[in-house]
Design a protein around this ligand. Structure first.
Ligand code: HPA
Ligand code: ZN
Length: 331
């Protein structure tokens, strides 16, 4: 329909997208064969099936395990940006979560150089820009997280190829049984090095835990933030400080299952409360999504028209970590 087509073409930013979650099933199968990784099935419909965040993470980890050498990372990054650019994405700040690969012997320098190679080629082809945010995997604990951030800081100061493209740090993966404030030492290292700071909070965590993370970790953005409205104090603070929430509405329905239907999502209440709540994809290939379709789904679910969706796109630009002149160029 006309609005959906217009929203697909609308220039948009994606601030919450995991590179590994952009991998098309055919690419997973190809890389698995190339790298000798056993898959439970070659059927994409079966490969990408899960019914909770922790089940999803098992699939995500399987996808990650097919990424072995520098060329694999370059291919992943190139395919991610050329795919998003086809749906109106003009700038993205993408996560990658290398803890698992580092634990199995890959080097961060090679991963980052590979990603940079693929991203540079895709940027030239499409005009879409992409910066990287390295995520700590909470399944590996805060000490592994701190080491990852230290290694990134070292690569940046050594001028390692592509390291300057990684502008921030975050954390993802499970929240169950995790006290995310224990990642404070890692975030302290990031802050001291001038890196930006975000974190997944609130797929399976409470508003109180989100608030504690803002204080303990110095988060500048919150990824997901589903329970924020449960606390009037936290909501008022995030409104006043314009701390962005990178909301992923469809993901919250199909991955973490915070809501039964998109129509039940708190996004309209977040925006009505004055929160800087933006719309993002999370894991587009693993949830059969792109940002154009996500904007159309949100518009349809909440009865929003063109003007409201343009407001969301503009809020995405504000919430990005571009500098003021880069933001002005996108508006
Ligand atoms: N939540 C937590 N970890 C993740 C996600 C997510 O939505 N996607 C990829 N890793
Ligand atoms: Zn995510």
């Amino acid at each position: 329909e006309a609005l959906a087509r217009a929203l697909d073409a609308l220039p948009k930013v994606d601030l919450h997208c995991h590179l590994e979650g952009t991998m098309q099933p055919a690419t997973v199968v190809e890389l698995a064969h190339k790298n000798g990784v056993a898959l439970p099935t070659d059927d994409p419909a079966e490969l990408y099936s899960y019914s909770s965040l922790d089940e999803f993470l098992t699939v995500f980890w399987l996808v990650q395990s097919t990424l072995v050498d520098r060329d694999d990372w370059a291919r992943l990054a190139h395919e991610a940006v050329t795919a998003s650019a086809r749906h109106g994405v003009v700038h993205q700040e993408c996560f990658f979560t290398p803890t698992r690969h580092l634990a199995s012997g890959q080097r961060l320098a090679g991963i980052v150089a590979g990603l940079d190679e693929g991203l540079s080629a895709a940027e030239t082809e499409t005009g879409t820009t992409c910066r990287l945010v390295v995520d700590m995997d909470r399944a590996f604990g805060p000490e592994a997280g701190r080491q990852l951030v230290e290694e990134l800081v070292d690569l940046r100061s050594a001028g390692s190829p592509g390291a300057e493209r990684v502008i921030g740090v975050g954390m993802d993966s499970t929240e169950l049984g995790v006290d995310s404030t224990t990642y404070a030492p890692a975030y302290d290292v990031a802050r001291a090095a001038g890196l930006r700071r975000t974190g997944h909070q609130g797929e399976n965590a409470t508003a109180r835990q989100v608030a504690k993370c803002l204080d303990a970790l110095g988060l500048e953005r919150v990824d997901h933030g589903v329970p924020v409205l449960d606390s009037a104090v936290l909501t008022a603070r995030m409104v006043d400080e314009r701390i962005p929430i990178t909301v992923c509405p469809t993901s919250n329905v199909v991955i973490a299952r915070c809501f039964d239907r998109l129509e039940d999502h708190v996004l309209p209440r977040m925006r009505a409360a004055g929160l800087l709540a933006t719309v993002n994809t999370d894991d587009p290939a693993l949830s059969d999504l792109d940002l154009g379709r996500e904007y159309a789904a949100v518009a349809e679910a909440f009865g929003w028209g063109w003007n409201q969706m343009v407001e969301i796109a503009l809020d995405g630009i504000e919430a990005s970590w571009l500098d003021d002149s880069e933001k002005a160029d996108l508006r």
